[in-house]
Design a protein around this ligand. Structure first.
Ligand code: ZN
Length: 66
């Protein structure tokens, strides 16, 4: 009973630490427009998202940057 609770707590803590804050930059003007969290374990590859860029005034592909 107590052991099961302990496992649950550890799993939730590990889940949090695997989440990494990333910045999404416009691939056209290179402005860093968005921040998001991603799970490093489930998506280790570089993230790309089509989002609105207020500098380009259009929807542009945004790529994960450091
Ligand atoms: Zn842009």
């Amino acid at each position: 009973m107590i052991h099961a609770m302990f496992v649950e707590i550890i799993e939730s803590l590990c889940g949090e630490t695997m989440k990494k804050k990333i910045i999404l930059a416009c691939t056209k003007c290179f402005n860093r427009n968005y921040t998001t969290n991603k799970n490093q374990a489930t998506s280790p590859e570089r993230l790309t998202m089509k989002k609105f860029c207020k500098h380009c005034n259009e929807h542009v592909e945004h790529r994960e940057t450091k």
